[in-house]
Design a protein around this ligand. Structure first.
Ligand SMILES: [Zn+2]
Length: 387
């Protein structure tokens, strides 16, 4: 699997391969423990003549080789990406497998296709290798058991990843094909994302069937959880494309509200609440002696208990000036929205002329105003948005 998201990498770094840092997420420890345990138990059942040490040794070795196979799969994607000069930030093993984080989207459908297909091909290659090992060492029970299991799981890993739902490899291959035919990246992503949702729902349905009908609770639940994870990832990739599309080319100055309401710092929260109710404005700059001292909004007001509103001033509750996040008229709406979301704030004052003279507040930008322009643009269709 492969994600193209600029998220922080978490987990322990265990190695560096081809210049790519390899991480183990904390959730990986859980799945590693579970798989090792169930392998040891399965070997005990299948080969009761082995000693407990042998059950566990083969179990641990098989488990390690399984996750090495997952890593090999991700590395294959990465090698092809690097070949196209696309940076690979990291590879992380986590509870649902592996993720290679790449720096940007491929610049053409052929690149996308080749990067995506490399993973399943690598898994099929490993399946073949382990099958050969299992045949050659057929007389050795332990090597045979280990290689046989890895041949199967790599085969399943490759086949599962070929399911045509974004962001699985099959979904990316599917997107590359539509992209190649339509020459339209966004439309291809939306279609592949929709098929991703379909694959996710199908997996959840199979999971539910397994659980209720076949009474295979563990595998049913597991399929359901993976389906949920894929559904979320598919929706996120659709949302990302939609946002990028609709906000392309827009800057803070385009959607900011030029009206910047102010209130005096000395008024009580009670009076501020009344002002908010009267005007419907949810955010104000707080002035004291004609100087800007802070920012006040409904969210901050609500964080003060109602009974304290009468004897507390706005100045005592507001966001102080030095804690306010600012934007400039030129900032692109896409990065601005990302900043608003990551700082979990609803509005930012727009400041111009930071260069020479005293900075001037020229407007106010809110999450709502950005969402409104997105909605409007979506209604009017992609006309005007680039790409
Ligand atoms: Zn993959």
């Amino acid at each position: 699997m492969r994600l193209q998201v600029p998220v922080r990498t978490t987990g322990f770094r265990i190695a560096r391969i081809l210049g790519i840092p390899i991480y183990l997420d904390a959730s990986w420890l859980l799945i590693f423990g579970l798989i090792t345990y169930s392998l040891a138990m399965a070997f005990r059942e299948l080969h009761p003549q082995w000693t407990p040490t042998e059950h566990w040794t083969v179990g641990i070795l098989t488990s390690i080789l399984f996750f090495s196979s997952v890593l090999f799969h991700e590395l294959s994607h990465s090698v092809v990406a690097l070949h196209y000069k696309i940076p690979v930030h990291s590879i992380t093993l986590f509870i649902f497998g592996g993720i290679a984080r790449i720096g940007r989207e491929p610049s053409g459908p052929l690149q996308e296709f080749n990067i995506a297909i490399a993973g399943p091909l690598a898994s099929f290659f490993l399946a073949g290798m382990f099958a050969v090992v299992a045949l050659v060492f057929a007389s050795d029970q332990m090597v045979g058991a280990l290689a046989g299991y890895l041949a199967w799981t790599n085969l399943i890993l490759g086949a599962f990843n070929l399911a045509p739902g974004f962001p699985l490899d099959g979904g990316r291959i599917f997107r590359a094909i539509i992209w190649g035919i339509t020459k339209n990246f966004s439309r291809a992503t939306l279609i592949a994302g929709a098929s991703g949702r379909l694959v996710a729902y199908t997996m959840m349905a199979i999971g539910a069937y397994k659980a209720y009908h076949d009474k295979e609770w563990t595998s049913g639940l597991w399929l359901g959880v993976i389906g949920l994870y894929l559904l979320n990832a598919a929706q996120e990739s659709i949302a990302q494309v939609t946002i990028r599309e609709t906000l392309a080319g827009l800057r803070a100055a385009d959607v900011m509200n030029q009206e910047v309401p102010t209130v005096g710092g000395h008024i009580t929260l009670e009076e501020y609440g009344a002002e908010v109710l009267r005007t419907g404005r949810r955010c104000h700059l707080v002035m004291s002696d004609d100087r800007l001292v802070g920012m006040m909004n409904v969210h901050t007001l609500n964080s003060v208990p109602r009974e304290e509103w009468a004897h507390n001033s706005v100045q005592s509750a507001m966001i102080p000036r030095e804690k306010i996040l600012w934007t400039t008229p030129d900032e692109s709406l896409l990065t601005l929205l990302e900043r608003l979301l990551s700082a979990d704030v609803n509005q930012m004052p727009v400041v111009s002329g930071t260069g020479n003279d005293a900075p001037q507040i020229v407007g106010m930008i809110t999450r709502d105003s950005i969402l409104r322009v997105m909605r409007t643009r979506t209604e009017l269709g992609p006309r005007g948005a680039s790409k």
